[in-house]
Structures are given as C-alpha cells and as structure tokens.
Design a protein around this ligand. Structure first.
Ligand SMILES: Nc1ncnc2c1ncn2[C@@H]1O[C@H](COP(=O)(O)OP(=O)(O)O)[C@@H](O)[C@H]1O
Ligand SMILES: CC(C)(COP(=O)(O)O)[C@@H](O)C(=O)NCCC(=O)O
Ligand SMILES: [K+]
Length: 257
C-alpha cells in the first residue's frame, strides 16, 4: 500500500509519497511546487513515482487548485485511486474542534493540530499545545492537554505584511533586511517588524493558554517560513517540517490502516 499525501497552501503545493498509510511509514519521495506550476506534476516529479494506492490531501487554495490537481492525477497512467480531501469535523484522532462552525476551519490547521498532538503524545507528553504555521498566512492555534482545540489567530505572513506596507506607502521599497532588536535602517526595520509581530502574537497566545490550563504549553512550528521564525521566538519551539504530512498519515491510518 503506497500513500500519497498532498497539502495545497495559498503559495505552494507540497506532496509526499509513503510506503504505507500510517504514522511511521517510510518516506519514498517528496516535493513542492508553486501553485502556478501544478501542471508540471504529472510529467515531472510524479512521473518517476510508483502508483499510489491511497491519497489524502488538504487544500485551502480553493476549488480550482483542487481540480487542477485532480487533472494531474488523471494524467497518471496506472493511477486508479480516488482522491480524498480532508473536511474538518467536530472530532477526529483525539482532537475536538472548538470552532463555532467546525467546517469553516482551514483544513490545513485541522490536519496540523492532529499531527502535532500525535507528535507530542508519541513522546509521552500530555500538555497544552501551541501549533504555529508560518506560510502565506500565519496561524497560531491552541489546544488544551486533552486535545480540545480552543481557538486560534490568523495573521498576515511575512510576504503579505511587506507587500501591504510597500503598496500603502511611498518610501518602503527596500531589500530584505535582518532581524535585530533595534533596527537602524528601513530594511531591518521592516524585516524585524514582521518577525516580531508574529513572535509577539504567538507569545500572547502562549500566555493565554498557560493561564487557561495552568500548565506550560508545548510549542510546535511548521510552514515554509517556520525556520525563519524559530530563532526569534520567546519560547522554545520544535520545528516539525512535515507536520501536515504527519497529520495526514494519522488520518489515513484511521481510514485505511
Ligand atoms: N524556499 C522557499 N520556497 C518557497 N517559499 C519559501 C521558501 N523559503 C521560505 N519561504 C516562505 O514560505 C512561504 C510559503 O510557505 P508554505 O508553507 O509553502 O505556504 P502555503 O502553505 O501558504 O502555501 C512563502 O510565503 C515564503 O515566505
Ligand atoms: C488561514 C489560512 C488562509 C492559512 O493558509 P496558508 O497560509 O496555509 O496558505 C487557511 O487556513 C484558511 O483559509 N482558513 C480558513 C479560515 C479559518 O481557518 O478560519
Ligand atoms: K499551509
């Protein structure tokens, strides 16, 4: 049984092929494409793959992106599988969804929380949990020690913050700078401003969760720009690059394991 996991964000599609639909399965191949290059998948990186027997994906980039991926899968000779996409529910894999309208929660956030909870439980830690994803947008989600998703923040990612400032001002077209406590030029001021805006929002959620649970939260970070954020956080964060795939493997095991 081979398993194809797909995560379609607003900037990039990430995919990974495993030898089985369960946590701990061996990673056979993986890749990422900007959304404008989805049409390269079938002829390019997927052409060398063994045919997957199961596929589960999460998509927040809209119906068109999902359909373009279906089209690529249909082009693959010998691929007979039916594509399945995560729909956030009220409860799955030990996580309870506290969203007012559970269906309106981003599927990537739902999968990431399930992956993160599984990740820390595997280490025998049952603690409140902060899950931060730094992609096109930034999400900061909080779970209590029992796996109840209490709620979370959405804020602009680095790219959107910079573009918003560039388009709303006359004098902020500058190269990327460094993160520094006391920026003394425009580039560093913008880069540090964005980074500390995210770090500050995360710190606030950390404090809220600590107060709510009276127990120190564990902190997990993922997303394409996660590595940029980790050094600027006020708490120790574990960077889990394949967090979404870990969540998809947990969900796949419940479906097909
Ligand atoms: N090598 C890279 N390729 C693409 N994006 C990168 C890279 N390194 C950092 N990034 C940042 O990561 C973001 C994309 O992360 P990703 O998790 O793929 O986002 P999404 O899930 O929203 O598509 C980009 O906005 C960019 O700021
Ligand atoms: C917040 C998001 C835009 C994040 O997307 P990403 O940065 O991963 O591309 C996505 O999770 C989404 O569209 N969520 C739906 C709204 C919500 O979660 O409340
Ligand atoms: K994402």
């Amino acid at each position: 049984m081979t398993f194809l996991a797909i995560d379609i964000g607003n900037t990039r599609l990430k995919w990974a092929m495993y030898d089985a639909p369960r946590p701990g399965a061996a990673l056979l191949a993986h890749g990422a494409e900007f959304l404008e290059h989805i049409e390269r998948l079938a002829e390019g990186p997927w052409s060398k793959l063994p045919a997957p027997t199961h596929m589960l994906g999460c998509v927040v980039a809209g119906e068109t992106a999902r359909r373009r991926v279906h089209d690529q899968m249909e082009l693959m000779l010998g691929w007979e599988l039916e594509p399945k996409w995560v729909v956030p529910s009220v409860q799955e894999a030990g996580v309870t969804n506290g969203y007012e309208h559970p269906l309106r929660l981003g599927a990537d956030r739902w999968v990431a929380m399930i992956g993160a909870r599984n990740h820390i439980l595997e280490r025998g830690i049952e603690r409140p949990l902060i899950v931060v994803m730094v992609g096109t947008a930034v999400t900061v989600d909080a779970l209590d020690a029992r796996g109840n998703f209490l709620g979370g923040l959405i804020l602009p990612g680095h790219g959107i913050m910079l573009r918003a400032l560039e388009s709303g001002t006359a004098g902020l077209h500058v190269p990327t700078g460094s993160v520094t406590p006391f920026p003394q030029n425009t580039s560093d001021a913008l880069t540090s401003g964005g980074t500390y805006a995210i770090a500050g929002a995360v710190e606030r959620t950390y404090q809220h969760l600590y107060l709510h649970c009276s127990m120190e939260p564990a902190c997990v970070m993922a997303g394409g720009a996660g590595w940029k954020m980790v050094p600027s956080m006020t708490r120790p964060f574990e960077l889990v690059d394949n967090l979404i795939f870990e969540g998809l493997l947990v969900m796949a095991q419940q479906r097909w394991g």
